[in-house]
Design a protein around this ligand. Sequence first.
Ligand SMILES: [Ca+2]
Length: 318
Amino acid sequence: MARTRLIVDTDPGMDDAVALLTAFGSPDETDVRMITTVGGNVPVSLCTANALRLCELANRRDVKVHEGCPKALLQPSNAVFHIHGNSGLGNASLPEPTLAAARGHAVPAIIEAIRNSTEKVTIAGLAPLTNIALALTMAPDISENIQAIVAMGGSFHGGNITPYATYNFHSDPHAVHIVLNCGAPVVMMSLEVARQLRPDPAWLANLAGADRPAGQFVSELWRGSPLCFNDASVILYILDPALFQCEDIRVEIEMNDVVRLGQIRRIQGEHNVRFASAVDREGAFRRIDAALRYSRSADSDARPDVSLLSRSERDGLP
Ligand SMILES: [Ca+2]
């Protein structure tokens, strides 16, 4: 099976960290080519620093991290330090990154990466969808070279930031509207799926003894935390869609009503989303466990694939 070419758009974020490390730890299935950050759980500069920290932890210094939008299209910023901690990575201690972010804003970087790719690209949307919506607005042609946009968000049974909406969708409902109507396949990982991904203390304790940096880090990060591995569901779907119960439906998102802002509604018509409502929990944790026990050797940094680099970057290669 061909490896999935992947752009991860993220706001790390504790569950983003698990998602990124799961992707990095599954190199036979995923080819993480670029990370883009967006303001969400914490301000974008912290998200970028955390993404760089996670690349270093996973020994993926070859992955470019482009910083993106600091705020949503129309909504005010809504950082949730009380959930993800002052750094965005809870109480876990990772050193300051030695890597620097790549030059250039995330949105043109996404456009260029997708246009230049010789194979279709999958986007993992782990955050408010602002960067992705702007890329699709600036360059609608890229939708033809997108395999799928797999996004964390949506619920028909209550929200986690309001009684009606999930955090990512509530943070930028207009971006969700753009993505839903972009023409590329869209997959939603619902809150119902996310709530099935709360790790057992015994599983975390076992992971702590794994003698692998990613596993030890996640075990430390989740010590005493009631949170679920929400964003990891996106990566799990990309790794193995058979883990999920899905239905092809048409949805729209509330963009006007202040109380119900970001709520999705099922409507009649041709489907515009594959909606995941349940996951094989045991299979999911087996996958995450294997990925967090993966360790990349220090000398295995791959030469970057020139198909995802800009012309100037290609020209600058040795
Ligand atoms: Ca996130």
